[in-house]
Design a protein. Structure first.
Length: 162
């Protein structure tokens, strides 16, 4: 029985798991949201919230502790200077997990892990770009040099040699 065994193993060794979680938190800090499996998102969430709590503390010791876990100076700097001040008046619950359904290849449950105070809504640009196809205009043809087709070159050489 696994009573009082809190660590989610994720099918990895301890070193691999520690590196994976640290890299996931660094990606969350850098991109503000990450798309991953539900199990990994649930495992990353406590570590991300502990790092943000260290960032809110702001002391040199807290910064060094975060650096020892995350191992990326740029991520720690962004955490302490940008993300932690946004959550200064919040007393926990810094991240949210949004379930996205199942991955097509192996049906693994996928989730989006993001900061709660991340207010930017992603714009859907794909449908707008589909309608913007243009046919070539005479002005475009003048500005670009004409391309020679590969089929024309052998015929020209063959006709020139005869």
């Amino acid at each position: 029985m696994r009573h009082q065994k809190k660590t989610v193993k994720l099918g990895r060794t301890a070193e691999h798991r520690k590196a994976l979680l640290a890299n996931q938190v660094c990606s969350l800090i850098q991109h503000q949201r990450i798309k991953t499996t539900l199990a990994k998102a649930k495992a990353v969430r406590p570590l991300a919230e502990k790092m943000l709590t260290l960032g809110k503390n702001g002391s040199l010791h807290a910064r060094r502790t975060a650096l020892s876990v995350l191992r990326q100076k740029a991520a720690v700097r962004k955490l302490f200077e940008d993300i932690a001040p946004r959550s200064a008046n919040r007393s926990g619950g810094y991240t949210r997990i949004i379930k996205l359904g199942q991955r097509k290849s192996d049906a693994a449950p996928i989730a989006l892990l993001e900061w709660v105070d991340f207010a930017e809504v992603p714009e859907e640009t794909a449908p707008a770009e589909k309608g913007k196809t243009r046919k070539s205009v005479k002005g475009d043809a003048e500005s670009k040099p004409a391309r020679k087709s590969k089929k024309a070159e052998p015929n020209e050489k063959a006709s020139g040699e005869k």
